[in-house]
Ligand binder design. Structure first.
Ligand code: CP
Ligand code: NVA
Length: 323
């Protein structure tokens, strides 16, 4: 059990039909349940035991931004669960020609059993979910990337044997999808989180305040600072992400300058715990947010992290989609 402390009440969870839009959509017991399911999915797959829980079910996947990991892990995950996924590039469906998000959601709900969407404005997925009759999963918006963070928690658990009480630090763009979902995820499982970003690139205040409150209830502290040295001090887990997210390409030059002193490198990491692990959702820009010696070095678990997208998402699909 991922929740080794066992203080979380176990029981029958009615999660079927729910959406997964942010990490905050699920409480602590649900997140531990999903992680336990992910461990089970991984075991079954590694042992070659068939697990066709979603036999005959179909997941529709709309992408308005590029993707390697999210697309392939959802597609392979559905196949391994006995179902199928349909890739819908926004440019190839009428959404790209102006059909409304609401109409698209209503129509697709008549055909498929679940929907995943990767889009820009977070409001778009909220509108999509309001109009869909099947579970909607967030494959990344400008504000959140929850499926990645569930995989990150699974990876941390595998390498550290626990989640609660560990210290994670996030260095870089605080106002991006990864940072926001990490905040909610850490607060939910009782993990301490220190974030460091340059002024003007800090996290969304509403998400930060809510995460702080949730963290307090679960025994974790969520701290935001402008000092990477302070944030990384004695961290068990070091995380960063690109300085320029998808959709922000026009700001790239300005961002390279603003984030210059927030690079994760050997000097900065010398302040972390000796056995720290390094996570990055990928894709990475080596030499920008992180040096090659760190991401390709002995502390890095980024390819386990990428693999765990598959197992964590199968847990989400199996739990939310009706069968
Ligand atoms: N980490 C992640 O979401 O990767 P992709 O953009 O390749 O899906
Ligand atoms: N913050 C990055 C994550 C990519 C998976 C982006 O949105 O481009």
């Amino acid at each position: 059990m991922v929740n080794s402390a066992s203080q979380v009440k176990q029981g029958p969870f009615e999660l079927k039909g729910k959406d997964f839009i942010t990490m905050a959509d699920f409480d602590q017991k649900d997140i531990f349940f999903l992680l336990d399911q992910a461990v089970e999915m991984k075991n079954l797959q590694k042992k070659g035991i068939p697990h066709p829980y979603l036999n005959g079910k179909v997941l529709g996947m709309i992408f308005e931004k590029s993707s390697t990991r999210t697309r392939v892990s959802f597609e392979v995950g559905m196949l391994q669960l006995g179902g199928q996924a349909i890739f819908l590039s926004a440019n190839d469906i009428q959404l790209g020609r102006g059909e409304s998000v609401g109409d698209t959601a209503k129509v697709l709900s008549r055909y498929v059993d679940g929907l995943m969407i990767r889009t820009f404005a977070h409001e778009s997925i909220e509108q999509f979910a309001q109009n869909a009759d099947v579970p909607v999963i967030n494959g990344l918006t400008d504000l959140h990337h929850p499926t990645q963070v569930l995989a990150d928690l699974l990876t941390i658990y595998e390498h550290k044997g626990r989640l609660t009480g560990l210290k994670m630090c996030y260095i870089g763009d605080g106002n991006n999808n990864m940072c926001h979902s990490l905040m909610e995820g850490a607060a939910s499982v009782g993990m301490h989180l220190s974030m460091a970003s340059p002024s003007g690139y800090g996290p969304n205040q509403t998400i930060l305040e809510k995460a702080k409150q949730l963290g307090q209830a679960n025994g974790s502290t969520i701290i935001y600072t402008n000092s990477p040295e302070e944030a990384i001090e004695q961290a068990d887990i070091v995380v960063t992400d690109v300085w320029t997210s998808m959709g922000q390409e026009a700001e790239q030059k300005k961002r390279l300058q603003a984030f210059e002193s927030f690079q994760v490198n050997a000097k900065l990491c010398s302040r972390a715990m000796k056995d720290f692990i390094f996570l990055h959702c990928l894709p990475v820009h080596r030499g920008e947010e992180v040096t090659a010696d760190i991401i390709d070095g002995p502390h890095s678990v980024v390819f386990d992290e990428a693999e765990n997208r598959l197992h964590a998402q199968k847990a989400i699909l199996k739990t939310l989609m009706k069968y």
